[in-house]
Design a protein around this ligand. Structure first.
Ligand code: XMP
Length: 517
């Protein structure tokens, strides 16, 4: 397995993805983990990520010295290269001008890392690589024992190696897709140089995960809040496979779910798989507490708080439960080194089940905490969950509560659910569902005038939202075909009495957010 030390790079998670694509297990940890941690991790290789700092400005942003003493291969990327150079006796300088974007790099000399990897050759027969650069500083003097293995005009030392010690470093970012041969470079490092076998794959992982849960839980009982979302569904399927009836799921209908969601969850889990699921109808309770509340953050707080209430009440009926299972996934777990120094600005509070473990006094079981989202999906498929469920768009914890602007009323939720279902239906039929990352309808509590048959109507508006994004941090609105939008609009207005106008949201994120609240 490979250890990645994160120096606060925006793309450190991508390094982890690239390594796992090679079917090699890896973990990402902050760069300042202890020497003992690194030794105990027992990595076959170490990767030092990029980061926003300068080696001569941020003294403490160094790789622990043990990294260079374990005798395992090390790959430095961008800042990782600079700190490697500085720590091993080379020199790093500010180049006064940032190099950002595409660059061409010439492979130089022989190296196990880059040899034979090229996009094309120049007249002299040198291999050329198309790479993605993003740096201000650069290495200007090699540390003893190193040689140059890649260079270009602006960055003469763009890649370096000490093959005897198996230390490699590149100034560019092989983890981004703009570096066309990035995948091969990581393959070289983890497979050929580190000698990792590449036996980390889903079917094996499923077996391992089942065994691990059994060992952890023993004969004890587990409860899980099942929401119908991807993560909790996959956890339910896994736990059911591992411990059968020792698992009890609690499904809370808060009145803010999608059309038929409760029935689908009961069908898939209770009926088909035979999972024990307690279906709690808490619609009245949620609606009661939301009455008269129109502030988005206030609504989120209430929905989160009531969920905890309901869940706790159910949990107390199961005195034998010793474990609380959660669908925490790897991106939730990673403490990025960048995150330690920068506090992200809180635009919306995304709490879902905050506070549960503390108040319930249960042990926490998080069997997906090593997996990325797409791995969770693969895992779900490997466990036999329906493709449709596993590849569903994300749905926010507060549900329709943040898609009904202002005060939430049951009547609004009912209208919205039906409009939303029509939209999703048509997207699927037109093969657009998988081409969008998230699509949904939003209820606007304003009335506008329309005409239907011979009569005047005065009814509500629904907005359609469909976005494409890879990380949900930024997103662009999907350019859905006009005839598809037309069909959706027609169906909603004809089939959902109470809605007489449909609009399409053409705002990107930023400046808008994906949800309307
Ligand atoms: P925004 O609206 O912030 O959404 O652009 C980004 C992603 O986060 C989801 N989202 C939430 N998820 N609880 C959640 O679990 C929340 O309160 C929440 N608010 C937004 C949103 O659906 C999108 O995928």
């Amino acid at each position: 397995k490979i250890l990645i030390l994160d120096f606060g790079s925006q793309v450190a998670q991508l390094i982890a993805r690239r390594v796992r694509e090679q079917q090699v297990y890896c973990e990402l940890h902050p760069f300042d983990v202890s020497a003992d941690f690194i030794r105990d991790f027992n990595p076959q290789g170490i990767i030092l990520s990029g980061g926003p700092n300068s080696v001569y400005e941020a003294e403490e942003w160094k790789a622990p010295q043990v990294v260079f003493e374990l005798g395992v291969p090390v790959l430095g990327v961008c800042y990782g290269m600079q700190t490697m150079a500085a720590q091993l006796g080379g020199k790093v300088e500010n180049s006064h001008k940032r190099e950002f974007g595409y660059a061409e790099m010439r492979a130089q000399g022989h190296s196990k890392l880059l040899e034979g990897i090229q996009d094309r050759t120049n007249e002299q027969g040198h291999g050329l690589l198309e790479v993605w650069m993003s740096h201000g500083d650069k290495v200007t003097e090699l540390p003893p024992g190193f040689k140059i293995i890649g260079s270009n005009e602006s960055t003469p030392i763009a890649a370096m190696a000490d093959e005897a010690r198996r230390f490699y470093a590149v100034q560019f970012h092989p983890e981004v897709t703009h570096t066309l041969k990035g995948r091969e470079i990581y393959a070289r490092f983890v497979r050929d140089i580190c000698g990792c076998r590449g036996d980390w794959n889903m079917p094996n992982y499923v077996e391992e995960a089942i065994a691990k849960v059994r060992e952890q839980v023993g004969q004890e009982e587990v409860i899980l809040g099942l929401s119908g979302g991807v993560d909790s569904s996959v956890v339910a399927a896994l736990l059911h496979r591992a411990i059968g009836d020792q698992l009890t799921c609690v499904f809370v209908d808060n009145g803010l779910l999608r059309l038929n969601e409760g029935a689908q969850v009961m069908d898939t889990f209770a009926r088909n798989l035979g999972v024990k699921v307690i279906h709690v109808d808490a619609v009245g309770q949620f609606m009661g507490h939301l009455k008269g509340v129109s502030d988005p953050e206030q609504k989120r707080k209430i929905i989160g708080r009531e969920f905890v209430e309901v869940f706790q009440a159910e949990a107390q009926k199961l005195p034998n439960a010793k474990w609380l299972a959660q669908g925490t996934i790897y991106p939730d777990v990673i403490e990025s080194a960048g995150g330690k120094t920068k506090k992200a600005h809180a635009i919306k509070s995304h709490h879902n089940v905050g506070g549960l473990p503390e108040t319930l006094n249960l042990k926490l079981l998080e069997p997906l905490r090593e997996l990325f989202k797409d791995e969770v999906r693969e895992f779900g498929v490997a466990l036999g969950l329906p493709h449709e469920m596993v590849y569903r768009h994300p749905f926010p914890g507060p549900g329709l509560g943040v898609r009904i602007l202002g005060e939430v009323k049951q009547e609004f939720a009912d209208l919205l659910r039906r409009a939303d279902a029509i939209f999703i239906d048509e997207l699927r039929a037109a093969d657009w569902y998988d081409k969008t990352s998230q699509a949904f309808a939003v209820f606007l509590p304003v009335k506008s005038v329309g005409v239907m048959g011979d009569g005047r109507t005065y009814e509500y508006v629904v907005a359609l939202r469909a976005v494409q994004t890879s990380d949900f941090m930024t997103a662009k609105w999907a350019e859905l075909p006009h005839e598809l939008l037309g069909r959706v609009s027609n169906r909603i207005i004809n089939e959902v009495r109470g809605i007489n106008r449909v609009v399409y949201d053409i705002s990107g994120k930023p400046p808008a957010t994906i949800e309307w609240e």
